[in-house]
Design a protein around this ligand. Sequence first.
Ligand code: EPZ
Length: 418
Amino acid sequence: MSKFLINGGKKLFGDLQITAAKNAYLPILAACVLCEDKITLHNYPYYSDTESMCKILSSLGALISCENGDLTVDASSLFSWGIKSELASQVRSSIFMLGALLGRFKKARVAYPGGCEIGARPIDIHLAGFRKLGVVVEEKHGFIQCDASNMHSGKILLEFPSVGATESLMMASVLTNGVTHILNAAKEPEIVDLQNFLVKMGAKIWGAGTGEIIVEGVKKLKGCDYDPIKDRIIAGTYLIATAMCGGDVTLYGVKPDHLGALIDKLDKTACNIEAKSDKIRVKASGKPIALGKIETSVYPGLPTDLQAQILALSTISEGSSMICENVFESRFKHVPELVKMGADVHVKDRVAFVRGVKKLYGASVTGMELRGTASLILAGLVAEGYTTVSGAKHIDRGYASIEKELSLIGADIKRVED
Ligand code: EPZ
């Protein structure tokens, strides 16, 4: 098991090219199943979650290769529509495969998905949507078994703007005859990216990024090449790291309006931000002012995937903050570990009350899920002395090599084996 050894106190300076968005690449990989021609996806990011999705596609019979960052997926000769538990339980995104497999084969048998332990992660909204489209859904022995031989178009109102359910239902309906409306759809940039990819394959789909997505089914999709958007959460993580450590860092490739809520919150309080078309420059003294009340919400609100990183920033900000986690019910696992480092944080239900302290102290801490582990690394970057952060397997799900990227901008961080 590997962990990170961090010597805190360094300011951050330099440039970083942000890698492709994990949460765009995952549904796009699933959507490759809908097409019987070859597809090329550029700038493939080596996250363990994308690697898991490639394993799932290969287990169905897809031929996958990667050369110079270009991933080629040939799903012309799929021989299975079932995903076993050992693969499905690795990632949340295995649930997207349901929609893609129903679109392609009109049937699917997928084991329950895995994913970060940040709550119950139910799939009721996904399944309710499929049933609305006439899919017969059975849940038994740990599998979701679907018969979509009579699947039809229709109007679906999502109980909550679930990102995964929106994506699943988009994929299920692009090859279904008729016009399907998905209401109360999620509006994340990754949804828009999935729509753009499907349109490039010849799908007729509009409205992604608004609350209503309209899909007019087509007979067949054609092969294409596509370059998914860059990861706004990775960019947000490094923007917050700079606000905490102080310094001057420019992040390339990310679209500033994908991080609008974070930039609004941090600019002129924790740092100074210059946002251009596809780059963000952040300059900071390393003495952030507390952000006050922070509410995570669905896009375009403050992303839940940056809550843990913002909480780390708040622990060393001047003043008090109140961080409300409104999306997932159990996303404060990083708090006890931050307290070990000297943070002053109390959690009640879905709210973390943070009183900024002068400094954090290096300690041995353990990450329990992807973004919580990122927050512990950020805390280590500012803590006095050495911090070891266990749980590298969590961070590797969504960062290609966080230690290399942070070292590139001056952090003293190494990956060591246990
Ligand atoms: C996606 O998860 C992302 N994962 C998550 O990123 C992200 O935090 C989340 O969207 C919210 O933005 C991927 O895209 C692979 P949801 P997803 O369905 O689709 C409830 C990361 O760190 N819900 O929008 O699972 C659910 O419990 C990961 O990169 C139901 O109740 O999120 C949660 O409270 C973590 N029933 C809320 O909706 C359902 O059927 C939002 O979940 C589905 C969801």
